[in-house]
Design a protein around this ligand. Structure first.
Ligand SMILES: C[S@@+](CC[C@H](N)C(=O)[O-])C[C@H]1O[C@@H](n2cnc3c(N)ncnc32)[C@H](O)[C@@H]1O
Length: 217
């Protein structure tokens, strides 16, 4: 039987199945005093992440949390979202959600289900220098390389997470000088920039042909 987290062959006419996973990291993250903390689980973030990952074909959705009571809360949310047939389409399904204690466990699991060590890509509103443009990460995804995207709760990912990541994405910006999006807003925008089908026309294959489109982004 196929593991529920195994990325399925793409059903939208994309040439190469994407091997992309995401993690909502609750630890290690920073509070507003720059102290390292474990953030509490927010059910709205979790339900929205479940739905957004379904739209963009991202699998698994990791929830990284070391605290048992918070992990139990996520289990209850998964059960609630999965059992409720009436709302499953509007809230999303959660059989692709995986709860892990730590980033180490997340990486080990992702390596198994994505079929190779993923490129670990952190996100932040901050300008750290040397950040990776979206087009480069899209190119990795289009080549079928495994990618794990990290999103931080509270005031964002700890420096230790940036240090162990392979890349940090450029911050999203509206040019106002204030770039600090709520995590679920950033989550949806980043996935759209990396995975929206209209940004990957070369990967689109018309049924019964091998023709692709033009790259324009
Ligand atoms: C409340 S924000 C934290 C903002 C924080 N000051 C920071 O360093 O990113 C929580 C998370 O949303 C994501 N995020 C927020 N704004 C972003 C932006 N402009 N670009 C990319 N990711 C962003 C990041 O994953 C961040 O860890």
């Amino acid at each position: 039987m196929t593991h529920p987290c195994t990325p399925s062959p793409d059903s939208r006419g994309l040439a190469a199945p994407r091997r992309v996973a995401v993690a909502l990291v609750h630890h290690p993250v920073r509070d507003r005093n720059e102290q390292e903390i474990a953030a509490s689980v927010d059910w709205v973030d979790f339900f929205d992440a479940g739905r957004v990952t379904l739209v963009y074909g991202v699998n698994p959705l990791y929830v990284v949390h070391p605290v048992e009571s918070q992990k139990a809360l996520v289990e209850r949310l998964i059960t609630h979202g999965t059992k409720d047939d009436r709302t499953s389409e509007t809230r999303g399904r959660f059989d692709h959600a995986v709860i892990v204690d730590s980033l180490d466990e997340c990486l080990a699991h992702a390596e198994g289900v994505l079929g190779g060590r993923p490129l670990v890509v952190a996100t932040t509103a901050r300008r750290l220098g040397g950040q990776r443009p979206y087009a480069q990460v899209r190119a990795s995804i289009d080549r079928g390389e495994p990618v794990l995207l990290l999103f931080g709760k509270a005031s964002g990912l700890s420096d230790s997470v940036f240090e162990r990541s392979d890349a940090v994405l450029e911050p999203l910006s509206g040019g106002t000088g204030f770039d600090h999006l709520p995590v679920r807003g950033a989550f949806a925008i980043v996935l759209d920039r990396l995975l929206a089908s209209d940004r990957h026309p070369d990967a689109l294959v018309a049924p019964g042909t091998s023709e692709g489109g033009q790259e324009h982004g």
